[in-house]
Design a protein around this ligand. Structure first.
Ligand code: SF4
Length: 377
């Protein structure tokens, strides 16, 4: 009698669970687009655009399901850090710490090719990150070719000049998400003197042009009371902000472990987000808090994949490990990565960092930043 490998039943269970969570994520993205439609109701052309996009999402979801049945796991979201270059030098920047010696970034042609391939595979949501993504200005020519895809550009905002602003206004599928750390004191302390003032002017221009934009507010132990605060959020909604991203600070840089929010602060985030969602006409995404609804960390293709500037297909921006590079490999082939598959199949193991893990990777090679079990400081 043949015996089954001991791990097989758990792997099958994991895969089934991942599929359930993937369906749930698909539903949540639909909700996201309907919410986007609602919050942009005073801007009819933007609202009409989101309505069209919601319809496209259904098609994209069917395309992904088709690939799944053929053995290719296509997540709905792709995070692409198109460059490691940046015009700032912020304190605690994870990218500068993790990717100091980055190799050559992919050419504009290959970047364009990957985005086209992503669309054909049914990826409907692309997060552009960096470094500072707008140092590669050509990206806004590529995004214009794909109105069905929503591009969120996570940017420090300083390179939004007249030309960039005009493209952002024309391309309703491109949503700039600008980083702030709080008011002037908190923002300038981390990003550099004078940054807050410049950003206030840029945000004012985005509002005047009726551009749909968001803000990314990294939650630390010290800025928690400033930014997880209804008065602060209210002011930003009055400035025209429609999406708030609230990622918790991850201590990739040594010596910043005490920036991580406390257990008490982290535990309160979900409830506060609920009250913000009912009070303000805006979208709130709190990470990793919102991921818990999907069984935890969505990396490695459970919900998203990450592509580094040099083209490595990785689990997430915080985990610079890869067994495949997209310079000469089509995305469809790369998505069949054995490394990412192994992470997905061992998702539960990844969610258990050492109890004493201070920050960074645990013994599983995973990052506790997105673990519901990590207790922080
Ligand atoms: S703007 Fe972003 S990528 Fe650039 S230094 Fe600051 S945190 Fe790092």
């Amino acid at each position: 009698m043949t015996t089954r490998p001991a791990a097989a039943p758990r792997i099958i269970k994991e895969d089934e669970k991942n599929m359930e969570y993937s369906k749930l994520l698909g539903k949540s993205l639909k909700v996201f687009f309907w919410d986007a439609l609602k919050v942009s109701i005073k801007n009819p052309s933007q609202a009409y655009f989101f309505l069209k996009t919601a319809i496209w999402q259904r098609r994209a979801s069917r395309i992904r399901a088709g690939w799944k049945s053929r053995g290719v796991n296509v997540p709905p979201i792709m995070v692409y850090s198109i460059t490691d270059r940046c015009n700032l030098n912020c304190k605690g920047c994870y990218n500068q710490n993790l990717r100091k010696s980055s190799k050559e970034e992919l050419s504009s042609d290959r970047m364009k090719g990957i985005i086209s391939e992503a669309k054909e595979l049914g990826i409907s949501f692309i997060v552009l990150a960096g470094g500072e993504p707008l140092v590669r200005r050509e990206i806004l020519n590529i995004t214009g070719d794909h109105p069905e895809i929503i591009f969120l550009i996570f940017t420090n905002g300083l390179l939004i000049d007249k030309e960039v602003l005009s493209k952002l206004t024309q391309q309703k599928n491109v949503v700039p998400i600008i980083s702030l750390e709080g008011y002037e004191e908190e923002t300038d302390e981390r990003r550099g003197k004078g940054v807050y003032d410049v950003l206030q002017r840029i945000i004012g221009r985005l509002k005047n042009k009726k551009t749909f934009f968001g803000l990314s507010l990294t939650v630390t132990r010290s800025n928690f009371d400033t930014i997880i605060n209804r008065g602060f959020i209210k002011k930003l909604t009055l400035l025209g902000c429609k999406i708030f991203f609230l990622p918790e600070y991850t201590a990739i840089r040594g010596g910043t472990e005490d920036w991580v929010p406390t257990v008490k602060q982290r535990a309160s985030i979900a409830g506060i987000m609920k009250s913000f969602r009912s009070e303000f006409s805006a979208i709130f995404v709190a990470l990793p808090s919102d991921e818990e609804e999907f069984g935890g960390c969505l990396s490695a293709g459970r919900g998203f994949i990450h592509i580094s500037a040099e083209g490595n297909l990785e689990p997430c921006p915080f985990a610079p490990y890869s067994d495949t590079n997209l310079k000469d490999t089509p995305l469809k082939v790369a998505l069949q990565s054995k490394f990412l598959k192994a992470i997905r199949e061992n998702h539960e193991g990844c969610m258990r960092p050492r109890a004493d893990a201070p920050s960074g990777s645990n013994e599983n090679g995973c990052n506790p930043c997105l673990s519901k079990n990590y207790k922080g400081g």
